[in-house]
Design a protein around this ligand. Structure first.
Ligand code: PMP
Length: 428
């Protein structure tokens, strides 16, 4: 099978000791042993450009996070049933990045836990159960969140209270006003719930629709959809697990690109640069409907070490100007990628916000027929050129380009060159 002995040994061992739901990337799996900034190294010493991982958001092994965690770990690590400054200081800092109405923070360890609690709060507040998500959404691993995660496929049934909306795909939706169209789609699903005796609780969405194929849409287009949600007594939960923490360049939060104020915001992945920490942020009156009756305790959530990591991340984003960096370098990368769109008939659409870009592969521009096989082949070719990416979207034909924010101008040539070479080698 052409695998190195080292890789073969590890894949064999994985299949003996790990649960079978795990999926490895690549025909030739990558065995990573070290990371720094936007780069990763494998066991053979080969260097890779990371264009996929937003967890190590401020850069792999960032010294500020290592130091903060090390210092706090030496002093104390316990839970939220004792007083501690860090959780309070961090909450003030984090809430300061949000619209003023959002004034309460709670902490967990994963995005799944944050969304799970968000659904429970939405239900307590609205008195309804119905949740709307996008067609290919992924929101987590728990029973509640997997029930609103169609991306998991047909093996994972959706909850009876879940309704799906078509994603706001500017490349494929022909309606002149994407915002009006999308708001109409939401209204249809709310009406369908009503017709089936389900009271609407809320709309849960990743504002860049990453698993739907990375669909940033025009700034502001979500506003009408959020208005429809509120008019129908539901709440808007912004899942910021992917677009949050300066990623989109235009704003610190994905929802802020659209000028909307969510009722609940959930975060995860980039928040601690790899240390497990996630949060639910909410308007106090929305949260009160739940927390007045039900206690919440998360053993590891909000512990001093997690808070130290999160504080360091927020500080580095500000000190290193990473939001502006994401906007500027993301714009430049997008422009370079658009030259490939001009060059190849199989590159149907390139879109993005900051360092979050979707590169859509089709059989040809005229038909827009999704080319999943090509996307897979390109991903494998990129891997051979030591560039790590993955695919997204309902057809699996969109390359998801979402590097650590440590990605630099000087990395653009490596990525775009490898993409160009891959497409050429595949006879495009
Ligand atoms: N929401 C979104 C949009 C995600 O991308 C993910 C993780 N891929 C989650 C929620 C779940 O986060 P976690 O894996 O930390 O539970």
């Amino acid at each position: 099978d052409g695998l190195d002995a080292d890789v073969r040994k590890l894949t064999d061992k994985r299949s003996k000791v790990l649960g079978e739901s795990y999926r490895l990337f690549y025909r030739k799996p990558v065995h990573l042993v070290r990371g720094e900034g936007q780069y990763l190294w494998d066991a053979a010493g080969d260097k890779y450009l990371d264009v996929y991982n937003n967890v190590a958001s401020i850069g792999h092994c960032h010294p500020a996070v290592i130091d903060a965690v090390y210092q706090q770990m030496q002093q104390l690590n316990t839970h939220t049933r004792y007083l501690h400054e860090r959780i309070l200081d961090y909450s003030e800092e984090l809430l300061a990045t949000m619209p003023g109405e959002i004034d309460r923070a709670m902490y967990m360890c994963t995005g799944s836990e944050a969304n799970d609690l968000a659904i429970r709060v939405a239900r307590a507040y609205s008195g309804g159960t119905g949740i709307i998500v996008s067609q290919e959404a992924y929101h987590g691993t728990s029973d509640l969140t997997s029930g609103v995660s169609p991306a998991l496929g047909t093996g994972q049934p959706l909850a009876a209270t879940t309704r799906l909306v078509s994603p706001p795909d500017r490349y494929r939706v022909t309606a002149p006003d994407l915002g009006d169209w999308f708001a109409g789609e939401i209204q249809k699903q709310i009406d369908d719930m009503a017709a089936n005796g389900i009271k609407f609780a809320g709309f849960l969405a990743d504002s860049i629709f990453s698993s739907d194929g990375v669909l940033p849409g025009p700034k502001g287009f979500l506003k009408k959809a959020v208005d429809v949600v509120h008019k129908n007594g539901g709440i808007f939960i912004a899942d910021e697990v992917q677009p949050g923490f300066a990623r989109t360049g235009d704003a610190f939060w994905g929802f802020a690109r659209h000028g909307v104020v969510p009722d609940i915001v959930t975060t995860g992945k980039p928040m601690g640069n790899g240390i497990p920490v996630s949060a639910l942020l909410a308007k106090s009156d929305v949260l009160a409907s739940f927390s007045d009756d039900i206690p919440y305790f998360n053993t590891f959530g909000g512990n001093p070490v997690a808070m130290a990591a999160a504080q360091a991340v927020l500080k580095v984003i500000k000190e290193e100007g990473l939001q502006e960096h994401s906007r500027v370098v993301g714009d430049e990368l997008l422009r370079e990628l658009l030259t490939l769109k001009d060059k190849y008939d199989c590159v149907g659409d390139v879109r993005g916000a900051g360092l979050f870009i979707g590169f859509e592969l089709v059989t040809d521009k005229a038909s827009k027929t999704p080319d999943k096989q090509l996307a897979l082949d390109v991903t494998e070719k990129l891997r051979d050129n030591h560039v790590l990416t993955s695919v997204a979207g309902p057809y699996g034909n969109v390359l998801k380009l979402r590097p650590p924010l440590a990605f630099q101008r000087s990395d653009i040539d490596w990525l775009v060159g490898a993409l160009d070479k891959s497409l050429a080698e595949l006879g495009k």
